[in-house]
Write a protein that binds this ligand. Structure first.
Ligand SMILES: *[C@@H]1O[C@H](CO)[C@@H](O)[C@H](O)[C@H]1NC(C)=O
Ligand SMILES: *[C@@H]1O[C@H](CO)[C@@H](O)[C@H](O)[C@H]1NC(C)=O
Ligand SMILES: *[C@@H]1O[C@H](CO)[C@@H](O)[C@H](O)[C@H]1NC(C)=O
Length: 287
């Protein structure tokens, strides 16, 4: 309700007319984009924590796009397009977009999201993903109940994107780093920088059409068919989700050093299964 009272912004042409924020506001909110407020890297940009105090203090996360890469502007549009018309409890909320010029006269683009206090799933699963200055309050050692609840939340988000938004959306970069945890440990899918609309879920779109560059997800999570010129489809996200589940249950990243010479996360899980299941899985996976 509060957002509606505020005037529309430069982002309004992109449909995300919520808070009005200038380059100066964002500079102030992040203490001059200081390194101490840098909380991570998303697709095509750095993510900062910021505090807005327009009406009341509010923590936000903002992705400042690195416009040196030509795909960054495209990803800004993709993300605004994807997020302007979708709303779900398991998707990170985009508060506004800022497309402006910085004090040196360079183009500046940023996306401002709701701040997720419990960080990314990545940080909760892996010590190595935790920065040295990781706040002590971030959750560690998620128990099985918490992991299952997170898995259900992500599945709900994907079901919504694939089957219940007005046009099917393929996220294209499902991985723990893009799953963010709220104060009550609700999981939200974020970073729509690589997301694509499909005209129709039953009609996959070519990966190399004129409007999109080759899809590059993240190694370990991208389905093998994308690397072989396969078509972009909702099944690609489902593959990434499967990897995410295996990672949540084993605590191993698909890119772990132990996965070399024929051993991969799939095989690692299969070898841990009782014989009866093993035969079934091998039959099912490699038939
Ligand atoms: C998540 O964040 C809230 C608020 O900071 C905190 O009270 C809670 O303990 C955190 N959850 C976990 C599991 O650490
Ligand atoms: C898992 O952790 C949550 C939050 O700390 C707790 O409420 C719950 O009882 C735990 N569940 C189990 C099965 O340990
Ligand atoms: C969602 O869409 C996929 C195809 O993209 C389909 O296989 C699946 O059955 C659908 N799920 C529901 C609940 O409609």
């Amino acid at each position: 309700r509060k957002a509606r009272e505020l005037k529309s912004t430069s982002g309004s042409s992109l449909g995300v007319s919520l808070l009005k924020l200038s380059y100066g506001d964002l500079l102030k909110a992040t203490d001059g984009f200081s390194a101490s407020n840098l909380i991570g890297f998303g697709s095509f940009g750095s993510v900062y924590k910021g505090v807005l105090n327009q009406h009341e203090e509010r923590n936000v996360a903002m992705k400042v796009l690195n416009l040196q890469t030509s795909r960054a502007s495209k990803s800004f549009i993709s993300e605004c397009e994807a997020l302007k018309s979708i709303r779900h409890r398991n998707l990170v909320k985009l508060l506004t977009a800022c497309s402006s010029i910085d004090f040196q006269g360079n183009d500046f683009k940023a996306l401002v999201y709701e701040f997720m206090v419990n960080g990314s799933l990545d940080e909760s699963l892996h010590i190595s993903a935790q920065g040295v200055d990781r706040p002590a309050n971030l959750p560690k050692n998620l128990n099985l109940t918490q992991r299952v609840n997170i898995a259900i939340d992500v599945a709900c988000a994907l079901d919504y994107l694939h089957n219940h938004s007005h046009m099917p959306i393929v996220h294209c970069d499902i991985k723990p780093n893009n799953i963010l945890l709220d104060s009550d440990m609700t999981a939200c899918v974020g970073d729509f920088g690589l997301a694509r609309y499909l005209r129709d879920a039953s009609c996959p779109s070519p990966l190399h059409d004129s409007s999109s560059n080759v899809i590059k997800g993240t190694i370990g999570y991208t389905p093998p068919e994308y690397g072989m010129g396969g078509e972009l489809s909702t099944y690609g996200d489902v593959y990434s989700y499967g990897i995410l589940l295996l990672e949540m249950l084993t605590g191993k990243m698909p890119t772990d050093d132990m996965f070399k010479g024929g051993m991969d996360l799939h095989n690692f899980v299969i070898t841990a299964l009782p014989d009866m299941w093993k035969k079934y899985m091998i039959h099912y996976l490699f038939k």
